[in-house]
Design a protein around this ligand. Structure first.
Ligand code: EPU
Length: 440
């Protein structure tokens, strides 16, 4: 049965919240585990629908896995890979499973992975992935909706990305680990999740350096150099940023724990500019507060270390009640403003002009019925609901569940009035159909 979130807005968020492991890191580590013909263990795994989908994907390839959700770890035994195909069923559910392409190609010299296609937030092409794998010596063709990559052997090469794509950097890194010789990725993505992937690969015996800079070097090693490891993934900087934005929007004061503050520099700097106080308490926690109405600020989303596109929608919810006019320039995705229509229904004054959104801050928002269209748009609506007057009801939780673990529990701990309820089937035809089915 479908569910929705109900929020009674207007509570100032207070207390503390603990951040989980990074979705966009752990999914890639799970794919990277395919390179190892042995067992590895990943810790600080967040309880997310996407993690379960990735487990299904790798299990289908022959992996044996054990997921302990309470203890937040996964054991992955990829000793026997029995299939090199990641089917459309999974890739269409979760684009991140496309990252199995580089790992399977590296491990088996062949991979067949469904083309991910576009998604709710943009076209999301894969041309850099393909060019990168081809320059390592793979033959890549698109056949029946699948990317089919084969190689007699992969040989390291120098690759310059047209733009620092996170996924392309990761797919090339994974394919290059067991290639002959060295691979250099120029204009590589510098996100913390890339560093995490490099650290994991090095923990299992790979030779990767430069991650976190624009030049990554992967010196190929042989399969026998790889070995088991136990690895703990980084905290989720976007989950942390989302709670920070919510605390600011509610004019509250709270501590964010299990976070790496340096991963959030661009977000901290924007929140400070709009009038919030952010203080780093220790290397793993920070305190956020915003006693007064935030000021308008301008935002341009950029690859790391710039302001993250994943924080654009959450920040828009904050700016919709800020004092003055904010201009948001979304430079990464073509279609990441899907929260605007919903925020406007709450009384926000936001206009989209191409890749720009003009946000004229209003004094307050009003709770209404809402629908999340994608993960971060969903987060934006939750934040808006938390600071609105009255009741908001948010549907489309399938998106939120992909990236925010225990969101109800975490916001409740911060003092929000938020709950999750089942949606009653009020459609008269469905009721009649169900009765008919029962009779048969
Ligand atoms: N692009 C190309 N060609 C390519 C690859 C990318 O044109 O071959 C373009 C894309 O169309 C997009 C831009 O480059 O416009 C950036 O794409 P990138 O490859 O960097 O993103 P990604 O790897 O597909 C990851 C995260 C996203 C996050 C982006 C940017 C995962 C699973 N996803 O996507 O996270 O927005 O990096 O930081 O790691 C989310 O968590 O909500 C989310 C969408």
């Amino acid at each position: 049965m479908n569910e929705k979130i109900i929020i009674e807005g207007g509570k100032k968020l207070r207390g503390e919240v603990t951040i989980g492991g990074a979705k966009n890191a752990v999914l890639k580590l799970m794919a990277a585990a395919l390179l190892l013909d042995d067992i590895c263990e990943i810790h600080n795994v967040p309880a997310l629908a996407d993690v379960k989908t990735m487990l299904e994907v790798i299990n289908k390839l022959g992996v044996k896995s054990e997921y302990n959700e309470n203890e937040k770890f996964i054991k992955i035994d990829a000793t026997n890979i029995t299939s090199c195909t990641a089917s459309y069923e999974y890739v269409s559910k979760m684009r991140a499973s496309f990252i199995t392409l580089g790992a399977l190609l590296g491990r088996c010299n062949e991979a067949k992975v469904a083309l991910p296609g576009g998604c709710a937030i943009g076209e999301r092409r894969i041309d850099f992935h393909i060019k990168g794998l081809e320059s390592l010596g793979a033959k890549v063709k698109i056949e029946g909706g699948y990317v089919v990559a084969t190689a007699t052997k992969l040989v390291g090469s120098e690759i310059t990305l047209d733009r620092p794509s996170v996924g392309a950097t990761e797919n090339i890194m994974l394919a290059a680990v067991l290639a002959e010789g060295s691979t250099i990725i120029n204009n590589a993505a510098q996100e913390p999740e890339i560093i995490d992937l490099a650290n994991f690969l090095n923990a299992i015996g790979a030779d990767v350096s430069g991650a976190g800079s624009s030049e990554i070097i992967i010196n190929g090693v042989s399969q026998k150099d790889l070995h088991p490891a136990v690895y703990t993934t980084i905290p989720d900087r976007i989950e942390a940023g989302t709670y920070m934005a919510a605390i600011v929007a509610s004019r509250g004061k709270a501590v964010i724990k299990n976070v790496f503050p340096n991963h959030l520099s661009a977000v901290i700097s924007k929140l400070t500019e709009l009038g919030a106080n952010v203080s780093i308490i220790d290397p793993f926690s920070l305190e956020v507060s915003c006693p007064a109405r935030p000021k308008a600020v301008n935002i341009v989303t950029q690859p790391y270390p710039g302001f993250p596109t994943d924080m654009q929608s959450p920040l828009m919810a904050v700016l919709s009640t800020a004092k003055g006019i904010s201009i948001i320039n979304e430079s990464i995705y073509e279609n990441r403003f899907r929260q605007i229509a919903e925020l406007r229904r709450m009384g926000a004054d936001v206009q989209q002009e191409g890749s720009h959104a003009i946000v004229k801050g209003v004094r307050s928002l009003t709770g209404v019925q809402l629908k999340a269209s994608d993960l971060r748009a969903g987060a934006s609506l939750v934040i808006a609901g938390l600071c609105a007057n009255g009741t908001s009801e948010i549907e489309g939780l399938i998106h939120l569940d992909r990236g925010y673990e225990n969101i109800i529990e975490k916001f409740t701990m911060l003092g929000a009035d938020i709950k999750r309820v089942k949606i009653k089937d009020t459609n008269i035809n469905n009721v009649k159909n169900n009765k008919r089915k029962q009779k048969v």
